[in-house]
Design a protein around this ligand. Structure first.
Ligand SMILES: [Cu+2]
Length: 145
């Protein structure tokens, strides 16, 4: 009888594992960044928000400013989310990564983040949008210099 419970427990564990393997979104959701469209395009965050990003100049060597304008579903500018950016080169992981840096709000309600482009190549800025402490959206901006 002991053996039966032992086997039944392990079968239950295996069953749960198999279910999750069939649902990769469940496992990957934590770290999946959606590839964002070009600057100036609407980027939806679920049903309640969207944002538009742009750079102060064409991405080039030096410091460029990434601007995010956040809107609610009615198209009104809002600033009730926190945005965190992490820039780096996907092909040189760890070499130039900025780590998580919070965007700063200006008086117009623009979210601003300086991005230091230190060499030519492929660059990515990973964005996290937080409502309170919860991350509600992850998106990735990619470009080449
Ligand atoms: Cu590099």
């Amino acid at each position: 009888m002991k053996n039966f419970f032992y086997i039944a427990t392990w079968m239950a564990v295996a069953f749960v594992l198999i279910l999750n393997v069939g649902n990769p979104g469940y496992i990957l959701a934590e770290e999946t960044y959606e590839l964002l469209p070009d600057a100036g395009k609407k980027c939806p965050i679920g049903e309640d928000y969207y944002f538009i990003y742009s750079f102060d100049k064409k991405p080039q060597l030096g410091t460029i400013i990434l601007k995010v304008e956040l809107f609610d579903k009615a198209g009104q500018r809002v600033t009730d989310l926190k945005i965190i950016g992490d820039s780096g080169m996907p092909s040189m992981k760890g070499h130039h990564d900025s780590g998580d840096v919070e965007f700063k709000l200006n008086k117009k309600g623009d979210y601003l983040l300086p991005v230091n482009i230190v060499m030519p190549g492929d660059w990515e800025v990973k964005l996290k949008f937080l409502k309170g402490e919860a991350i509600i959206y992850r998106g990735s901006i990619r470009f080449d210099i």
